[in-house]
Design a protein around this ligand. Structure first.
Ligand SMILES: NC(=O)c1ccc[n+]([C@@H]2O[C@H](COP(=O)([O-])OP(=O)(O)OC[C@H]3O[C@@H](n4cnc5c(N)ncnc54)[C@H](OP(=O)(O)O)[C@@H]3O)[C@@H](O)[C@H]2O)c1
Length: 341
């Protein structure tokens, strides 16, 4: 049995879902993978909570209802750096917010973890799309890995498919519907709503954020496509390299025009080379899809990706829960695959 130290940073929607998942899968991870995943501590803005082991956390009496929200238990006197020093290696799980402008707090956190010899599994996107060179080089130099499935469409397998299932092929192009919010809005607009009605409905259902700019302006799609490309194609694309257009301002006329052409309008991320051997490019924008396109029927909050290869034809993957539980499951998958490659 291999004992793996886990430090969780961020205890919001995804962090909590990951915490619950770790508890419910603790025995299964031992039985199926020979991995004892020991949660040593949780860090958030409010402070740090030290945990002796996941096994102890599993005991029903360890945390009574609401105890995790008792601020007295979150210590301010120690830092994440202290926590990493306390245990000898493991995985830092980053569930902090995605900031696509500064990359923080994920950037400093990932740097710190790698410097101290810890692998990283991250749900946050900022650092990976702003500083891919630095982080890849640092991980390589230290012989560590940064796993980012949770940041790259989470429950939808994207990086794993490109890296493993398609090993040995040449991937020529990747296309993805990678943002549930915009796909939901476009699906509802195809059903007759106008943009504002569809956005309002998405916000009321908790699908869209109160400030939906990152999603509707295409930046979330761009970030996910960059993370997938940089892993699968070993490219070093940054957010500033990408041409991004979102769905803001589209109206019923455009939807009706698409309908009259018997096509389907989707927000699409595309990664391609102008010719073989030239640098990879990513573009995000509205695309008019033929009805037989592999992603044309991805509706609502669903996501999908299609890989066009030289020897296997096209391979499309779709589905996966678009919620914190799905993101938590992607983090767990990444941890397992670090130790059971
Ligand atoms: N929600 C989803 O379905 C989903 C799916 C895939 C990926 N993601 C990504 O997962 C990440 C987390 O999302 P979420 O919805 O769980 O966010 P959230 O609910 O806003 O939680 C963020 C957490 O990060 C903590 N935090 C913020 N700044 C910190 C810092 N400097 N040091 C330590 N902790 C800090 C916060 O601490 P406090 O609790 O003390 O405020 C909070 O616990 C984001 O990057 C998001 O893009 C989310």
């Amino acid at each position: 049995m291999e004992k793996i130290n886990i430090i969780l940073v961020g205890f919001g929607h995804v962090g909590r879902a990951f915490f619950e998942l770790l508890k419910t899968t603790y025995d299964a991870c031992q039985f199926r993978y020979g991995l004892q995943l020991e949660l040593r501590g949780i860090a958030r803005q409010k402070g740090i909570m030290l945990l002796s082991s996941t096994q102890k956390v599993l005991s029903p009496s360890y945390f009574s209802e609401g105890e995790l929200d008792n601020l007295d238990d979150w210590i301010k006197e120690i830092t994440i750096s202290d926590l990493l020093n306390e245990f000898n290696q493991g995985v830092l799980v980053d569930c902090t917010p995605s900031n696509l402008t500064s990359g923080e707090p994920g950037l400093s956190l990932i740097r710190l973890a790698l410097e101290k010899g810890w692998h990283v599994a991250t749900a946050s996107k900022g650092a990976l799309v702003l500083k891919p060179d630095e982080l890849k080089d640092l991980a390589k130099e230290k012989g560590l890995v940064i796993k980012a499935s949770a940041a790259a469409a989470a429950a939808l397998p994207t990086i794993d498919v490109g890296q493993r299932a398609l090993a040995g092929t040449e991937i020529m192009t990747m296309e993805g519907i990678l943002n549930g919010t915009t796909n939901y809005i476009l699906t509802r607009m195809a059903g007759g709503l106008d943009f504002n009605q569809a956005l309002k409905e998405a916000q009321e259902k908790g699908i869209a954020e109160p400030d939906p700019s990152i999603d509707i302006d295409g930046w979330d799609t761009a970030a996910k496509m960059i993370i997938i490309a940089n892993e699968v194609l070993d490219s070093r694309i940054k957010l500033s390299d990408v041409q991004v257009r979102g769905i803001r301002g589209i109206n019923r006329d455009i939807m009706e025009k698409a309908n009259s052409l018997n096509k389907i309008l989707k927000l699409f991320g595309k990664c391609y080379q102008e010719k073989a051997g030239s640098p990879w490019k990513i573009e995000v924008g509205l695309a008019l899809l033929e009805r037989h396109h592999p992603l044309a029927m991805i509706n609502g909050t669903s996501k999908g990706i299609v890989f066009y290869t030289d020897t296997m034809g096209w391979i499309a993957v779709s589905g996966g829960q678009s919620n914190p539980k799905g993101a938590a499951a992607a983090l767990l998958k990444d941890i397992i695959s670090i130790y059971r490659p």
